[in-house]
Design a protein around this ligand. Structure first.
Ligand SMILES: C[S@@+](CC[C@H](N)C(=O)[O-])C[C@H]1O[C@@H](n2cnc3c(N)ncnc32)[C@H](O)[C@@H]1O
Length: 208
């Protein structure tokens, strides 16, 4: 139900998304690229990849990186596919974060950026990520952090005015979700982007 609303919203936004959020996307995804420490041979899954900006960024550094992107918005994916059309090792699929169309143990690194606050079942999404992650792989997630006042206010406002929005989390709540999905957080931070936005990033791997 909520996914249908999110899909419609992003299908509608797709043509203006890159331009409207240009500096936010550039700042957060450059941070993610540095933070994630992806090595050239890693097979990467990007959950809720949007218009493929993270893929474009990774490919500027390593044009042979194997990347798979999934998103529920076909229109966002159409832009991603266009941007990456010359890279045959980069694939995009329409799929929900909570039903990933991949075999178990498929990916070395799973990233998800700026999207966790849309997931109506974040635990199901994390459990799916765990299933498709290789045993020695890692997930790297970056999203809004409710420890920051601006995000707290935005959380209240968007819950009232934006039917696609689900919720954002405090760092504690977020780590609690990761732990519930049997991930162990190995590295975490909170970081400001611009004057207002406060995000958190976490790298986690499968618990022994
Ligand atoms: C703010 S955009 C972020 C896109 C990209 N990761 C970036 O940082 O530019 C949020 C994206 O999440 C996608 N999305 C939201 N809920 C999803 C879900 N449950 N499964 C897959 N994609 C989802 C939306 O369609 C949209 O493309």
């Amino acid at each position: 139900m909520i996914e249908t609303t999110v899909r419609k919203q992003y299908d509608h936004l797709a043509s203006v998304y890159d331009q409207r959020w240009k500096s936010y996307i550039a700042d957060t995804l450059s941070f993610l690229k540095t933070w994630a420490e992806i090595s050239p041979l890693d097979i990467v899954l990007d959950v809720a990849c949007g218009t493929g900006e993270f893929e474009r960024l990774l490919l500027t550094e390593n044009s042979t990186q194997s990347i798979v992107g999934v998103d529920i918005s076909d229109k966002m994916l159409a832009i991603a596919k266009q941007k990456c059309s010359v890279y045959t090792q980069v694939l995009f699929y329409t799929a929900s974060a909570s039903a990933l169309p991949f075999d178990n143990n498929s990916f070395d690194v799973i990233v998800s950026a700026n999207s966790f606050h849309y997931f109506d079942d974040p635990l199901a999404a994390l459990i799916e990520m765990k299933r498709v992650l290789k045993p020695d792989g890692k997930v790297v997630i970056i999203d809004w952090c409710k420890d920051y006042l601006f995000c707290k206010v935005l959380d209240i406002t968007l819950k009232i005015f934006d039917p696609a929005y689900q919720q954002c989390y405090t760092q504690n709540e977020f780590h609690g979700l990761l732990t519930s999905a049997n991930f162990a957080v190995s590295r975490a931070t909170k970081v400001r982007f611009g004057v207002f936005w406060g995000l958190m990033a976490a790298t986690a791997s499968l618990q022994d």
